[in-house]
Design a protein around this ligand. Structure first.
Ligand code: PCD
Length: 793
């Protein structure tokens, strides 16, 4: 366990080989405005596409008249759902075994749904023509509340599905219902609490878009698109559009943030492809902020009841939960097939308990589809919020300190690998030091004293504690696939004659800095400096197959692939070195960057010498082919389970109910740390996300199904003004099954911070007898809670 609180980093003069703080290789491009995003793609003859969206949440389409739009200046084509239906393209599969309308044919099922598109010479002509399309709607009653969706007389939203007579999406359960009931029956203390994780939106800085270029002569489709999973998307386009897969190239260039929003396939991508085929020209579709917020993958929207059973002295025995999940109009989440509720099964948290059970019902409503893993490994954010809130409710009931209660119930280090009561095998963990470090950095005892003094003066100060274990790195192909595609990752490494290298990844960066960290992983293994290693990604023609970047899977899966492919190259280099030095391979030892003869350190060859020899004149040892390159496909044996302890300090203005996050201490354990500077950046970003969700963000709807969070004036994102100076620390518990011991970290802070903040606010409101209040804790909600009428969103 290491305790480090560095807030500075050294520059590139001290180039470390391998792991360590290193400035990002991609940043010179970004800070000079030389990034190349989808909207920067300009091809000769480029046409522009705009989408007509439904103004209402639920209606039957009676007629669509496109004649005026077709006659509008600059317009090349106007396409409706009926026209797509003729080609069998009106519906497409989602990444969770549902279907979604590309363009509505029968009904519109959410406000903002795609109804028709216009292709024109410029984006303005396309947008202007949208207003000339005349759609006649027969408006139906919308269902905007998940509870209402289950009522027997609720309108049936998905009447496109054969024999569908209700709004059920799926039922799911995990754990042991009877065993859990038995433990609850004999427990001294049982606490239950209703909790809502409201619908929020990932809101990346860059909205979604695509440029499709179908070359009829070559029969080849090139698609630049804002995708977090180019290879998986390519396979899907091949299956849906019937274009042979080797004739599709998906390019995901620089991406301005993904956060799960860019995992699904959106109708706009498919429309751009259709438009290019129809017009014979390249076509660009870029949505605006409003379209992104109302129609693309939202996150959360879980209504949960949490129950916790314990002994009087604070031993947690069992956790039970019942969840109503709102999936919107189409089940558009992306989750491994066997996990319709994602990894919600980790709701037992970081505690060693006797029994657990979850029952979930998912429903369709007249809201945009999604339920995407927004900075979350498939619903872990909801699971962690649930457990960390009810543990606090239990602490309140028992009159115990929330940190002490957690310390008392942690899974102990000697229990790892630990199989939870819902069947997850936590690979490694050492929770107590992480918690103690956070408490020490926070000055926990002093904070509690300060709180006592302030309470005596009527001031509202709260201290919130949260501890999380995540499951990231999907996943072992024996039980994880998306639409039949196993979740493994390929990696290819080529060392050129002069000792410079190129590594090709199947994952795709959206800003995380993969061009730096993957060069560092390879550097650590073969001793070539990171600046001499280029990382290629995001282009299906030039990278090996793999399932993409989300659920913090790049480090656990592709990071392992990169280390192993480098070791494969090193093994070959060793044989070549043995020939060069005329000794057996067993007589060589590796010294980061060179092989030397054991006992004769003067005799050595560098990796660069070996690279030249591998490509150069002269014979190579028996059985060794020329060149210095390798390729692998890595199938992880398990997920990795990072953990962390977060402590938040808030002050609440008793006159305005405004919450100020005064301090935030985050101690993360992601195993071996590749680039601590990047990790801190990841944590800072995730913590800001958490402040947003806990205090301000919510996609709400009125009773007609109008989206009330359709602009950044209504959907509030945190800025520098709302966040404190983060205090970060770390511990290191390597993953035993990962070749370099690294676990993912990209989502940890988003997962762990909301409960810490809400716990702090509820703690501050203790004098008012508040045990819970639902996010987002805006001043009005906090005010209501203080007045004893906390209301769900
Ligand atoms: N790392 C290091 N070390 C360790 C780990 C990690 O260094 N141990 C680093 C790496 O390398 C990278 C990062 O860090 O760079 C991260 O990682 P990860 O965790 O593995 O992750 P990834 O896979 O790479 O990524 C993903 C994530 C996610 S998932 C999200 S949401 C978010 C994050 O990522 N997103 C983003 N972060 C970020 N950042 C940015 N800038 N942008 C973006 O967009 Mo999801 O599911 O999709 O929802």
């Amino acid at each position: 366990t290491v305790h480090e609180r560095v807030d500075t980093f050294h520059d590139n003069d001290q180039k470390p080989v391998g792991y360590g703080r290193m400035l990002r290789k991609e940043d010179p491009r970004f800070v000079r405005g030389r990034g190349r995003f989808v909207d920067d793609v300009r091809l000769p003859g480029l046409l522009h596409l705009a989408i007509l969206r439904s103004p209402v949440a639920h209606a039957r389409i009676l007629s669509i008249d496109t004649s005026a739009a077709e006659a509008s200046p600059g317009v090349k084509a106007v396409v409706t759902g009926a026209m797509l239906a003729e080609q069998g393209l009106a519906w497409m599969p989602t990444l969770s075994n549902d279907v979604q309308a590309v363009l509505a044919t029968d009904k519109v099922r959410f406000q903002g749904q795609e109804v028709a598109f216009v292709v024109a010479e410029d984006p303005y002509a396309a947008r202007d023509a949208l207003e000339l399309i005349d759609v006649e709607y027969d408006v139906l009653d919308p269902v905007v509340d998940a509870r209402r969706a289950l009522e027997p007389d609720a309108p049936v939203i998905r009447d496109d599905l054969e024999g569908k007579t209700d709004n059920h999406c799926f039922d799911w359960e995990t754990g042991d219902e009877a065993a859990t009931a038995a433990v609850f029956a004999r427990a001294d203390v049982v606490v239950s609490q209703d909790l809502v994780y409201p619908r929020v939106h990932p809101a990346p800085m860059e909205t979604c878009g695509a440029v499709a270029d179908f070359d009829a002569v070559e029969g080849k489709l090139r698609l630049w698109s804002t995708t977090q999973a180019p290879h998986a998307h390519r396979t899907l386009y091949a299956l849906v559009a019937g274009i042979p897969e080797h004739k599709i190239q998906v390019i995901s260039p620089d991406i301005g943030g993904g956060f799960g929003n860019k995992v699904p396939i959106y109708p706009g991508y498919v429309c751009a492809i259709v438009a290019s085929i129809v017009t014979g020209k390249p076509v660009k579709w870029m949505e605006d902020r409003f379209e992104n917020l109302i129609s693309t993958g939202f996150a959360r929207d879980y209504i949960m009841r949490g129950e916790i059973a314990a002994t009087r002295d604070g031993r947690i025995l069992a956790i039970r939960t019942n969840v109503l999940a709102d999936h919107g109009a189409f089940n558009g989440t992306a989750a491994p097939v066997k996990y319709p509720a994602g990894f919600f099964g980790v709701f037992t948290g970081s505690y060693d308990i006797e029994a657990a059970y979850c029952k979930m019902t998912a429903v369709f409503t007249n809201k945009a589809p999604g339920g995407v893993a927004y900075a979350c490994s498939f619903r872990i954010t909801e699971a962690v919020y649930l457990v960390e809130r009810i543990v606090d409710c239990l602490a309140d009931e028992l009159g115990m300190d929330p940190a002490e209660l957690r310390l008392k119930n942690f899974i102990r280090p000697e229990q790892f690998p630990y199989t939870t009561k819902t069947g997850w095998v936590y690979d490694s963990g050492d929770y107590e030091p992480t918690m103690r470090l956070a408490m020490e950095m926070a000055g926990y005892a002093d904070l509690r004293r300060e709180q006592q003094e302030k309470r005596a003066r009527g001031e509202l100060m709260g201290i919130g504690v949260a501890f999380f274990t995540e499951a990231v790195g999907a996943g072992p192909r024996k039980n994880m696939d998306i639409l039949g595609l196993g979740m493994a990752d390929g990696c290819e490494l080529r060392v050129h004659p002069t000792g410079k290298a190129v590594v090709r990844l199947s994952v795709q960066s959206q800003g995380q800095g993969h061009e730096t960290t993957f060069a560092q992983i390879v550097a650590e293994e073969i001793g070539i400096p990171p600046d001499d290693i280029d990382v290629l990604h995001g282009d299906t023609d030039n990278t090996p197959f793999g399932l993409g970047t989300y659920g913090s899977r790049s480090t656990p899966v592709s990071g392992a692939a990169a280390a192993l492919v480098a070791r494969k190259v090193r093994d070959k280099a060793r044989i070549i070195a043995s020939g060069m030095l005329e000794v057996s391979v067993a007589d060589l030892e590796w010294d980061k960057g060179s092989f030397r003869v054991k006992g004769d350190p003067g005799k050595s060859v560098t990796i660069q010498d070996i690279a030249m020899r591998a490509h150069g004149a002269g014979d190579l040892p028996e059985g060794v082919e020329g060149g210095l390159e390798a390729q692998i496909c890595y199938n992880p044996s398990n997920l990795t389970y990072p953990h962390g302890a977060y402590i938040c300090v808030v002050d609440i203005d008793p006159g305005t109910a405004q919450v100020k996050v005064r301090r935030f201490i985050a101690v993360d354990d992601c195993g071996t740390r590749i680039n601590p500077m990047i990790i801190e950046g990841q944590v800072h970003g995730g913590l800001a996300d958490g402040v947003g969700m806990a205090l301000m963000e919510m996609i709400a709807f009125d009773e007609d199904g109008n989206c009330l969070g359709a602009s950044l004036m209504d959907y509030l994102l945190p800025t520098a003004l709302e966040v404190p100076d983060w205090e970060t620390g770390f511990t290191v518990t390597p993953s035993p099954h990962h070749p370099i011991g690294a676990k993912g970290v990209g989502e940890s802070a988003t997962v762990g911070s909301p409960p810490a903040i809400v716990n702090a606010i509820v703690d501050a409101l203790e004098p008012f007898g508040v045990r819970h209040a639902d996010m987002p804790l805006t001043p009005s909600r906090v005010w209501d809670a203080m007045r004893g009428n906390a209301r769900p969103p």
